[in-house]
Write a protein that binds this ligand. Structure first.
Ligand code: BGC
Length: 271
């Protein structure tokens, strides 16, 4: 997808959790094209994180790779400390790390429930709290951005669409919606701008089985009125814009980037 850089994030530092793969990778690259210093956080895949770093430095940008499990308080504190040590402050957080551990509900283990809540919801609590503390410490720099800081929570269409067989995941994203809105309400006056992006079906490693054969893709497309499965760059482009001052009046809302998945396509010829 063509993405014209125009330096909308020049002089800013962004922490992208899960920046090594999937949506996080595309967001890291999109932010670098806009001139941001990118802190690429990863949990397990160091090699992939360094590949993203290489792509950014090859393009003339600045990046830092930091390992951290976002569900661990000390690891998140260390992630932000390393970002501040390297670049002076943090201007943007994209709380993107997320995973699925799918199971029919009657068989879902407590470990499966807990893991998904820990990474997808507690991880966002820890990262947004660390980001907000840093924004408040640093203070406003009107020459850099109109906002004291920007936070983008990675949600999902499943913050509103119930998802059988994925109750842990849908619950975590429902939680992300009200976490985002509650802190947006709390910190708007301090000029911290907080929103979510809710992707639909995007071609990433989290859902490969849903699109990697023609049969699977055809079935998936019945859920997508716009009739194509999304690409990670669809999310990268929106995230870069949402973090920029062009989106300065967008606060406390969820932007759905889903090809119309939330339009209840099953009603197109029924009801
Ligand atoms: C999930 C994907 C799924 C998509 C649409 C995402 O949040 O992670 O597995 O394909 O929602 O259902």
């Amino acid at each position: 997808m063509p993405h014209k850089p125009n330096n909308r994030l020049a002089g800013q530092t962004a922490v992208i959790t899960g920046g090594d793969s999937g949506l996080g990778r595309a967001i890291s690259l999109a932010f670098a094209k806009e001139g941001a210093n990118v802190v690429i956080n990863y949990a397990h895949n160091e090699k992939a994180a360094h590949e993203v770093e290489q792509l950014i430095t090859d393009g003339g940008g600045k990046a830092l790779v930091v390992q951290a499990d976002v569900s661990q308080e000390a690891a998140v504190e260390s992630l932000f400390q390393q970002a501040v040590d390297a670049f002076g402050t943090v201007d943007v957080l994209v709380a993107n790390s997320g995973l699925q551990q799918d199971s029919p509900f009657e068989n879902m283990t407590l470990a499966q429930w807990q893991k998904v809540i820990d990474v997808n919801l507690t991880g966002q609590f820890l990262c947004t709290r660390a980001a907000i503390r840093e924004f408040l410490r640093r203070g406003l720099r009107p020459d850099v951005s109109a906002a004291l800081g920007k936070i983008i929570c990675m949600s999902s269409v499943h913050e509103v669409i119930p998802w059988g067989g994925h109750a842990n995941y849908a619950s975590s994203k429902g939680g992300v919606e009200l976490l985002m809105k509650s802190i947006a309400q709390e910190f708007g006056k301090r000029k911290i701008r907080i929103n979510s992006i809710a992707p639909g079906a995007i071609k990433t490693p989290i859902n490969t089985a849903a699109w990697d054969t023609p049969e699977a893709e055809k079935k998936l497309l019945t859920l997508i009125p716009y009739d194509r499965v999304g690409e990670p760059e669809d999310i990268g482009a929106v995230a870069a814009w949402l973090a920029s001052d062009e989106a300065d009046y967008i606060h406390g809302t969820t932007i759905f980037v889903d090809g119309g998945m939330t339009l209840y396509p099953g009603f197109g010829d029924n009801g």
